[in-house]
Each structure stands twice: as structure tokens, then as C-alpha cells.
Design a protein around this ligand. Structure first.
Ligand code: ADP
Ligand code: MG
Length: 732
């Protein structure tokens, strides 16, 4: 009897996907070798295209902006627009869009055609410098956190010449996407890019000052970023039968399968064929867009994977990271798969993060790379100590910039990484820090400075130390820091903005301290030794090399006075701290109003996300799970009735009836409670609504879910209305 039940879709899902079109065999032969060099960047208006197509003077002016960050000469924009349009049209583009990143966390675009009607009733394709440089999308539907009322909805997009324009192919047609910043008519940042660019400028300014002291002036310093993206891929047959996945990106129900990730057989295992084919096409698309994807592998949970690029300048990398998420979502659909970017699509198995690897560098040197000479190492130690200091001072900001409803399922919830921000330095570097702290003290009176740390030269610094610690939210990994607490679905921009800004502040203040000491006649090395020693002593509580998951660490962190901001709302509340408004405005990254608007937007998002989850839980409970349970009860009643009539002993069925009806009763009263808190909403402003979601709706949802998960284990397979974890995680 082939009953039409979702359960039988497992077979359809497993068998139903056809060999993918793009990477299919050609005439039965294996696919032609991929010429990566040829396709890399072919869909971008990159340096090679610009050099070939632009007049020399224009190219030079543009390069000065791209490479040195100088202001763009407005007279060149018409020429750039013309070249860009010609290139785009050759690539088949009919439209262009200003591509921007509003505070939704996604990207936005509004397409305009290149066509302008002419007097003779025909049309010409045109694209002016003005259209390239500035656009005016209706801003009223994008979050502004109170920065703009709807009657003054005007928002502007402004071309970011430092991130290359690119072509997006869509169903045989294509369009030109121009990376832009997005701001209100009054100049308030309404997006992710503006503050990121400002923070890169702040870091550049301060790091240059420091480099001057170390005798290497005049070098531009660029923040670099490389995000590792984790995600799940599941068959779309399941996705479309899970209203919770469709509406919220995560499963709101689902009993843990007998087999989860216990066998540790997925991590780095061979990638299933269909998934591999999909990832290859994702990579290929991204290569065309100039995104340097480097690695791919299975992650810890079944159905979970990771892709990571080679790092780039943080602004370009942040754009590329958005393109990566977009491409993963789009290409997976061609393979009958759906890409889940949510931090915790499945309870009971690992969630997904986005490890943001971050450093800063001059054109010739990564400033967080320990050097070969004692001099280089002094400079490295200066910057490294500055970061430790910055993280210690601004634990709250690092926690706040990753705070959103999805990430609460990871941070502080028995999973990587903990909500307490600390730094993993590795044992070798920590030892050197200890030596500097005490050694400099010991030599302070006798002179000798850092280079006299009990050895002829500074101890050799570990290069690319093999140390690894997966439990730390913020780890030094040899020549960069890895911020592991960032959520898989979120933009990498704000975390990077925070890192740049707090680094700029510490570098600024430490540079000033050094300058002051030198002006008052101190020896550079001695002054540096004293400074480092002082700063290490003041911030070393943030260094923790042990197990970040352990209970012991929670107690120890509390003893050390570190913050433990368990939920997003605790963290977002810290954005109100005056020290944060001061920090962002001192470095020109966010005005107090802009910072406030961001907090408002995050509270609003938090409220809306959980509100939708609460409503979805309620609907699924009432319209899918409860009816299935009642159907089952009916079957049981019917069986018991008949048994009575026939005089057969069916005590087993009676036990079941009692068990199931008890669960059903519990379930329906839990659902009624959820319905009630869902209806309340928790007040007028987004803040009180957000707290209502955290403190009333989430717990009520959890109760409903836990009873539903028990029901799932007793209700017959063919009656259960939702694809199960076993289906979704293991059919590949
Ligand atoms: P793992 O974390 O597994 O050791 P890698 O060291 O190869 O892997 O790097 C992980 C990510 O860190 C990659 O995206 C890489 O490009 C990025 N990364 C490496 N060096 C830097 C740097 N100097 N600045 C920013 N990101 C970097
Ligand atoms: Mg890593």
C-alpha cells in the first residue's frame, strides 16, 4: 500500500536527483579539466580589465584610490562608467544594480536597465559616471533603527571603487552588480560597509603611527580577513515539508536520531558525490567572481560542510563572503539540495559558525607574523599585546557584535565556543608574555630592555605554532587571530569592524605612551619593555589556554572578573555603555546615533525572529503534530474496542493508550500556554518585546518541543507528518 506520506519521500529524495547539468560528463567522457586561471575573476571588472580598457590617467587615478585609499577624483567617473558598461554588455548584461548590504544581514539590489529612449523612438544603452557613483534606492523598507522616518525615506548608495564590480548570471540573462555603501540622506550609515571602511581607515591611521616608531613609516596598513563558512546541505524534498525550516531556517521539532555525530565518522570523511558536485559548481561560480575559495571539507555533524577562501583585504573579503553565502544558496538548488546557513538548524548535533580569521598587514608584511629578527619580533609583540589589551577591554563589544537569536543556540549553550570571551595564545607565546611581564620588571632599573631578557636576544618566537584549541572563542593561530564565535548566517562585516576599531584604540594609546616616554628621554627599547610589561600585567586575565567548555573555566573566569554575557540580549545591552559610544565616535566609525540605531535594529530582529519561531511552533503543533497524535489514538481506541468485543486481552494497547493520551494532554496544554505568550508580545518597544521573547516565548516553545519529540518516538512512522532528523541528516 503506497500511502502518500512524507515518510516515503526519503526514497524519492535519495533516488530522485539527476546528474547535475554543469559538471556532467561530456559524451560519456570525464569532465574537461577546469582551467582555474582562465576563469578566475572572469566575471569581475578587475585590475586587468581596467588596465586594458581605461585611459592611462584614469587608470592611475583609480588605482590611487584602490591602493592608497586616496579620495576619488570625480572627473574620472564618466570614463570608468563607460568602460564598465562596455565590458558588462560584452558579458551579456542588460541591467545594472547598486549592490549593497543593509542591516538586514543580507544583500540588496534594485535593477535598472542600461536603456535610455532616444528622440527617434529607439533606445540607446547608456551608463553615466553619475549613475555609477550614486544611486537612490527607496530606503523606507530597510532597517534604520530610528535614524530615518519614512517621510524622509531617502537613502543613497555610493560606489565603493575598492571592491570590484561583477556580473551575476541568472537564467541566461545577466546583470552588472556594483558594490556600494548605503547611507541616509543625512549621511548616517545604514549598512555594513560604511563602518567597516571607516574602521579600516582608523586601523590604518593608528598602525602607521606605530610603524613610524619602529622605523618603517609611510606604509599603508590594511586589515585582512578570511572567513571559514560552515553550513548544512539537505535534500529539498525534506526542506519543503518542514514549515519550520522554511519559515525560520531551523527545525523547531525533531527527536534526536539513534545515530547522530557520535561515531565521528563524518568530519573530514569523503564528501558525498552529490554534495561534492554541488560544491565544485559553487567554487567554479565563485572563481568567476574572483572569490579565492581554497578549502572544502565535511564538518563534524552529519550533513554539515565547510568552505573557506584565501584571505583578502577585509572589505573585499566581506563582500566575497556575502557572495559565497548567496552562491551556496543558489547553486545548491540546482542539485536538489537546500543550503542551511542558520547557526543551529538541528538540535543535538553541532551548529555552524563562521570563523573570522583576521590580521592586518602592510603591502609587504603581515604585522601579526612573528619575524625572523629581534627587531621584527619587537614590532610583532607590540601589535600582539595591543590586540590582547583590546580584547580584554572590549569583551562586551566582541560578544555584542555576534549577538543574535540564532547564535544563542551555540554560545553559552553547551557548544563551541562559550559566551565568555577569552584569548587562546598557545603555550609558547604565553610563556614569552610571562617573561616579558617579569623580565622587563627585573631589568627595569638595570636597563637592557627587552633584548636583555635573560638571553642575548629575545627568545625565538614560535612561527605557525602547531597549537590548536577548538574551545576558544578567539585564538591566535600563528600569524592571525581567529574569531570563532561569529555565527554562520551573519555578515562578517560588523565583527571585523569591531576588531579593527578596538585594535586601532589600543595601538593608538600604546603608541602615544611610547611617544611620550621617548620624548621625555627614555630609551626606545626600555620604554617598549616597560609598556609591554605593564599592558600584559593589566590584560593577561583574558588569556586562557585551557578547555573553554569546562565548568571550571566558568568559575575561573568569574574569579578573573571576565564578562559572561550568556544571551544576546545581555550582550546587546552593553552597547549602551558610554565607553562604547565614545570608542566608536573617537575613531569616526559610528556616531552615537548610528551605534544606537544598530542596537535598536538588533533588538527588533531578535524579537521578530523569535516571534516567528513562536508562531510557527504553534501552527505546526496544532495543525500537524496534534492531529497525527489524535489519529494514532483513534487507531488505538479502535483496536482496544475490537479486542474487547472479541474478548482478547489487549493490555499492551491499553498501556499505550494511556501513555499517548497523557502525552497528548500535556502537549495540548503546553501549546495553549505558548499560544497565550505568543499573543502577549511583551510591550510597546522592541527591547521589552525582545525580553518577552527570550523569557516567555522561548521557554514555552521548548516545552512544546520536548513533548513533541517524545510523541515522535511513539507515533507510527507513516503517521508522523514531518521528515525526521534521520532523513534530513543522512540522505545524501
Ligand atoms: P586553519 O584555520 O585550518 O589552520 P588556515 O590557516 O589555512 O586554516 O586559514 C584559515 C583561514 O584563515 C583561511 O581563510 C585563510 O585565508 C585565513 N588567513 C590566513 N592568514 C590570514 C591573515 N593574515 N589574515 C586574515 N586571514 C588569514
Ligand atoms: Mg580555522
Amino acid at each position: 500500500m503506497a500511502k502518500a506520506s512524507p515518510r516515503y519521500d526519503i526514497l524519492a529524495a535519495a533516488k530522485g536527483w539527476a546528474a547535475p547539468p554543469a559538471s556532467a560528463k561530456v559524451n560519456g567522457e570525464t569532465r574537461p579539466t577546469l582551467d582555474v586561471e582562465q576563469i578566475f575573476g572572469e566575471s569581475t571588472f578587475g585590475l586587468a580589465e581596467m588596465r586594458a580598457r581605461l585611459p592611462k590617467t584614469v587608470f592611475k587615478a583609480l588605482m590611487a584610490t584602490i591602493e592608497q585609499g586616496t579620495e576619488l577624483d570625480p572627473s574620472v567617473t564618466d570614463a570608468v562608467a563607460l568602460a564598465m558598461k562596455e565590458w558588462a554588455i560584452e558579458k551579456g548584461a542588460t541591467h545594472f544594480t547598486h549592490w549593497f548590504q543593509p542591516l538586514t544581514g543580507y544583500t540588496a539590489e534594485k535593477h535598472d536597465s542600461f536603456i535610455t529612449p532616444n528622440a527617434g523612438g529607439g533606445a540607446v544603452v547608456e551608463f553615466s559616471g553619475k549613475e555609477l557613483v550614486q544611486g537612490e534606492p527607496d530606503a523606507s523598507s530597510f532597517p534604520s533603527g530610528g535614524l530615518r522616518s519614512t517621510f524622509e525615506a531617502r537613502g543613497y548608495t555610493a560606489w565603493d571603487p575598492t571592491s570590484p564590480a561583477f556580473i551575476i548570471d541568472a537564467q541566461g540573462d545577466s546583470y552588472l552588480a556594483i558594490p556600494t555603501a548605503f547611507a541616509s540622506w543625512a549621511g548616517h550609515a545604514l549598512d555594513q560597509k560604511v563602518p567597516l571602511l571607516r574602521s579600516m581607515h582608523a586601523l590604518d591611521t593608528q598602525a602607521r603611527r606605530a610603524l613610524q616608531l619602529f622605523g618603517t613609516p609611510g606604509r599603508r596598513v590594511l586589515a585582512t580577513m578570511g572567513p571559514e563558512q560552515e553550513f548544512f546541505l539537505i535534500d529539498q524534498e525534506f526542506y519543503f515539508r518542514r514549515p519550520d525550516l522554511m519559515s525560520t531556517g531551523r527545525t523547531l521539532f525533531g527527536a534526536k536520531p539513534p545515530r547522530g555525530q557520535e561515531l565521528d565518522d563524518h568530519y573530514f570523511g569523503s564528501i558525498p558525490d552529490r554534495v561534492l558536485a554541488c560544491m565544485i559548481e559553487v567554487e567554479r561560480e565563485l572563481y568567476r567572481l574572483g572569490v579565492p575559495i581554497k578549502t572544502r571539507h565535511n564538518e563534524v555533524a552529519p550533513g554539515q560542510y565547510e568552505m573557506a577562501p584565501i584571505y583578502e583585504n577585509a572589505n573585499v573579503s566581506a563582500d566575497h563572503q556575502q557572495l559565497t553565502m548567496l552562491t551556496l544558496r543558489n547553486v545548491s538548488r540546482k542539485y536538489g539540495l537546500v543550503c542551511l546557513l542558520h547557526e543551529k538548524p538541528f538540535a543535538g548535533v553541532n551548529g555552524s559558525g563562521k570563523h573570522v580569521n583576521w590580521s592586518f598587514a602592510t603591502e609587504s608584511a603581515n604585522l601579526l607574523e612573528p619575524g625572523d629578527t629581534p627587531h621584527d619580533n619587537l614590532q610583532f609583540l607590540f601589535f600582539c599585546v595591543a590586540i590582547v589589551r583590546a580584547v580584554d577591554r572590549h569583551q562586551d563589544l566582541l560578544r555584542a557584535c555576534i549577538a543574535h537569536a540564532g547564535n544563542d543556540h551555540r554560545l553559552g549553550a553547551n557548544e563551541a565556543p562559550p559566551a565568555i570571551i577569552s584569548i587562546f595564545l598557545g603555550s609558547e607565546l604565553t610563556e614569552i608574555f610571562d617573561q616579558i611581564e617579569s623580565g622587563a620588571k627585573a631589568t627595569a632599573s638595570g636597563g637592557g630592555g627587552l633584548l636583555g631578557l635573560g638571553s642575548p636576544v629575545l627568545p625565538k618566537l614560535p612561527k605557525h605554532s602547531g597549537d590548536r584549541n577548538r574551545t576558544s572563542p578567539f585564538a591566535f593561530t600563528g600569524n592571525k587571530f581567529e574569531f570563532r564565535a561569529v555565527g554562520s548566517s551573519q555578515s562578517a562585516s560588523f565583527p571585523t569592524t569591531v576588531l579593527n576599531t578596538i585594535a586601532a584604540e589600543s595601538i593608538d594609546e600604546m603608541t602615544t605612551a611610547l611617544e611620550t616616554a621617548i620624548h621625555s628621554g627614555a630609551d626606545f627599547e626600555q620604554a617598549l619593555a616597560d609598556l609591554l610589561s605593564r599592558e600584559i600585567a593589566a590584560s593577561k586575565r583574558i588569556i586562557f589556554n585551557g578547555d573553554g567548555y569546562s565548568e571550571e573555566w566558568h568559575r575561573e573566569a568569574e574569579r578573573r572578573g571576565l564578562l559572561n554575557l550568556r544571551t544576546s540580549l545581555d550582550a546587546l545591552d552593553r552597547l549602551k555603555d558610554p565607553k562604547n559610544a565614545e570608542l566608536f565616535s573617537r575613531y569616526g566609525v559610528l556616531s552615537p546615533e548610528e551605534l544606537h540605531s544598530r542596537q535598536e535594529i538588533e533588538l527588533e530582529k531578535y524579537f521578530k525572529v523569535i516571534n516567528i519561531e513562536g508562531e510557527t511552533t504553534q501552527t505546526i503543533a496544532r495543525t500537524m503534530i496534534l492531529p497525527a497524535a489524535i489519529r494514532y489514538l483513534n487507531d488505538l481506541f479502535a483496536a482496544a474496542d475490537r479486542a474487547d468485543k472479541l474478548g482478547v486481552d489487549l493490555s499492551g494497547v491499553r498501556t499505550l493508550v494511556e501513555k499517548v493520551s497523557a502525552l497528548v494532554n500535556q502537549f495540548s496544554s503546553a501549546v495553549e500556554e505558548l499560544v497565550e505568550v505568543n499573543a502577549q508580545m511583551g510591550g510597546e518597544d522592541f527591547e521589552s518585546k525582545a525580553y518577552h521573547m527570550r523569557d516567555a516565548v522561548t521557554p514555552a516553545m521548548n516545552v512544546v518541543r520536548s513533548i513533541a519529540d517524545q510523541l515522535e518516538k511513539v507515533i507510527p512512522d507513516d503517521l508522523w507528518p514531518l521528515p525526521t532528523y534521520r532523513d534530513m541528516l543522512f540522505v545524501k
